[in-house]
Design a protein around this ligand. Structure first.
Ligand code: UDP
Length: 467
C-alpha cells in the first residue's frame, strides 16, 4: 500500500486541517497516511486532544513528536507566525528520526505552508514534496506574489493608496492587507516572503478551496501569465476539507436549547479558537444582538481588556455583558463560555446565520452547511476572506469598518444580523440563496467526477500514489 507522510505545524489552526487532510487522503485514495505533529509543548491540552480525537477514527496514523525548544532562537515578543516557522525549523532532526524509524518508507511528504523549511528532508529521503495551503487561492496568490511585490514596491505597502494588483486576481485593498505586510522591517514579514519563495520549490500545491468557489483566481494561478511564472508548480484545489467530528464532548445544554428553536432562526456567534474583543466591543455586540430581536447562540470569550486571570466563567460573562442582558435575553439567546462543538452546531437545523471572524476553517464549516455569514474579521488573512465572501462569492455581509480599528456600534450589528437572517429584504434573500447554492456545490465537488475529487486523483497520479 502506498504511504504518504504529512507534517503538521504547531497550533490547532494548522494541526486540524492537516489531520483532516490525512483522513481524506486515506479514505478517498485508500493509501496509508502517517501524520507527524510538531507540537508547541505548552500546557495547551487541546493539541493532544485534537490528535486523540482524529486518531480515534483510525483512518490515519498520528504521532505527536516531542516538543522542541526554540527559546534561544526566537525573541519572546516574536509573532506566532515567526514562532511556528522557527519551531518547524528546529523540529527537522526529530522529523528525520521519525522517518528513519518507519519500516515502510513514505514516498510523498506534505507540509503546511509554514513548514516549507522541512522540504529538504524530502529531498534527502527521495520523497516527492507538496505544500498544503489550508486557506483560499486568493491568499495563496498573494503569498506567491509577495516576493515580486517585495522587489518592485518601494516603502510600506500601507502607504500606497491604490489597491495592490496581483496579476489576474482581485486586487487587494489597503484594508485587506494582512498585518504581516504592515511593517516590512519586521522579521515576521521577511519570513512570509521566504515562505512565498520556498513554496514553488515544491512539486505542487494542495489548496483547501474548490474550482466553482474561486473560478477567477484558480485559473489565474495556472494560466500562462505573470502569476503562473512565479507559481511554476501545479495547484490542486481539493477542498472543502472540513472537520467531520468534534474535539470535545457534546454539551447537552446547547443542543437541548437548539432543539427548541425554530428552523433557521438562530444566529451562531463565535470568533474562532483565539478571537477576542475589547470590553467596549463586547458590550456593543451584546446590545446589537439584543436590538436585532433575533435568537442567538454566543460563544463568549474573555474580553481583551479584562484582566482577572483567576476569574470564573460567570465573572467573565458579567464583565463583558451589559447589566441585565442575560435576564432580558433569556429564552431568546444562549451564552456559553466553553469550547463549542462548532461543526455540529452549524449542522443543526435551527442555525440560520453565523457571525464569524472568518478564519478559513470556520468559513468552510459554514459554507458546507449553507449558513450565511456576518463577517467580523480580526486578524491574519481574515480581512481578505471577508472581502472574498462579500464581494466575490456573495454569501456574507460585513462591518463598515475594521473591527480591529474602531468599535462597531450596536445599530450596525443589529442591522447586519437582520440582513442575513430569514425574512428581511432583497439583499438577505440573495445571500441566503447563494449560501444554499454554495452548499450544493461544496457537496457536488466531492462526488465522483466532481472537481475536487478529480483534482485529488490527478495529484495522486502525479506522485504515483495510485497503482
Ligand atoms: N472551534 C470550535 N469551537 C470553538 C472555537 C473554534 O470547534 O469554540 C473550531 C472551529 O470549528 C474551527 C477552528 O476551531 O475548526 C478555528 O479555525 P479557524 O480557521 O476558523 O480560525 P482560527 O481559530 O484558526 O483563527
Amino acid at each position: 500500500m502506498a504511504h504518504a507522510l504529512l507534517v503538521a505545524s504547531p497550533g490547532l489552526g494548522h494541526l486540524i486541517p492537516i489531520l483532516e487532510l490525512g483522513n481524506r487522503l486515506s479514505s478517498v485514495l485508500n493509501i496509508r497516511v502517517t501524520v507527524l505533529a510538531v507540537t508547541t509543548g505548552s500546557s495547551s491540552l487541546t493539541e493532544t486532544e485534537a490528535i486523540r480525537a482524529v486518531a480515534a477514527r483510525g483512518t490515519c496514523e498520528v504521532t505527536e513528536l516531542p516538543p522542541v525548544d526554540t527559546d534561544h532562537s526566537v525573541e519572546p515578543n516574536a509573532t506566532v507566525f515567526t514562532k511556528i516557522v522557527e519551531k518547524m525549523r528546529a523540529a527537522k532532526p526529530v522529523v528525520q528520526d521519525a522517518i528513519k524509524s518507519m519500516t515502510q518508507k513514505p514516498t510523498v511528504m506534505i507540509v503546511d505552508f509554514l513548514g516549507t523549511g522541512m522540504m529538504s528532508i524530502a529531498d534527502d529521503a527521495g520523497m516527492a514534496k507538496y505544500v498544503y495551503v489550508a486557506s483560499n487561492s486568493w491568499f495563496l496568490a498573494l503569498m506567491m506574489y509577495l516576493p515580486v511585490l517585495d522587489k518592485v514596491v518601494e516603502g510600506e505597502y500601507i502607504d500606497i493608496k491604490e489597491p495592490m494588483k496581483i496579476p489576474g486576481c482581485r486586487s487587494i485593498g489597503p484594508d485587506d492587507l494582512i498585518e504581516t505586510m504592515l511593517d516590512r522591517s519586521n522579521r515576521h514579514y521577511r519570513e512570509c516572503v521566504r515562505c512565498g519563495e520556498e513554496i514553488p520549490m515544491s512539486d505542487g500545491i494542495l489548496v483547501n478551496t474548490w474550482e466553482e468557489l474561486e473560478g477567477k483566481t484558480l485559473p489565474a494561478l495556472r494560466e500562462d501569465g505573470e502569476l503562473s511564472r512565479v507559481m511554476k508548480v501545479p495547484v490542486y484545489a481539493i477542498g472543502p476539507i472540513v472537520r467531520s467530528n468534534e474535539l470535545t464532548k457534546r454539551p447537552n445544554s446547547i443542543f437541548e436549547w437548539l432543539d427548541k428553536q425554530q428552523e433557521r432562526s438562530v444566529l451562531y456567534v463565535c470568533l474562532g479558537s483565539g478571537g477576542t474583543l475589547s470590553l467596549k466591543q463586547t458590550t456593543e455586540l451584546a446590545c446589537g444582538l439584543e436590538l436585532s430581536g433575533q435568537s442567538f447562540l454566543w460563544v463568549l470569550r474573555r474580553p481583551t481588556s479584562y484582566l482577572g486571570e483567576s476569574s470564573t466563567d460567570d465573572d467573565l460573562v458579567s464583565a463583558g455583558l451589559p447589566e441585565g442582558f442575560l435576564d432580558r435575553t433569556r429564552g431568546m439567546g444562549l451564552v456559553v463560555t466553553e469550547w463549542a462543538p462548532q461543526v455540529e452546531i452549524l449542522s443543526h437545523g435551527s442555525i440560520g446565520g453565523f457571525l464569524s471572524h472568518c478564519g478559513w476553517s470556520s468559513v468552510l464549516e459554514s459554507l458546507t452547511k449553507g449558513v450565511p455569514i456576518v463577517a467580523w474579521p480580526l486578524y491574519a488573512e481574515q480581512w481578505m476572506n471577508a472581502t472574498l465572501l462579500t464581494e466575490e462569492i456573495g454569501v456574507a455581509v460585513r462591518t463598515s469598518e475594521l473591527p480591529s480599528k474602531g468599535v462597531i456600534g450596536r445599530e450596525e450589528v443589529a442591522s447586519l444580523v437582520r440582513k442575513i437572517m430569514a425574512g428581511e429584504g432583497e439583499e438577505g434573500r440573495k445571500i441566503r440563496a447563494k449560501a444554499e447554492e454554495v452548499r450544493v456545490s461544496s457537496e457536488r465537488v466531492w462526488t465522483q467526477g466532481g472537481s475536487s475529487y478529480y483534482s485529488l486523483l490527478e495529484w495522486a497520479k502525479q506522485c504515483r500514489l495510485l497503482s
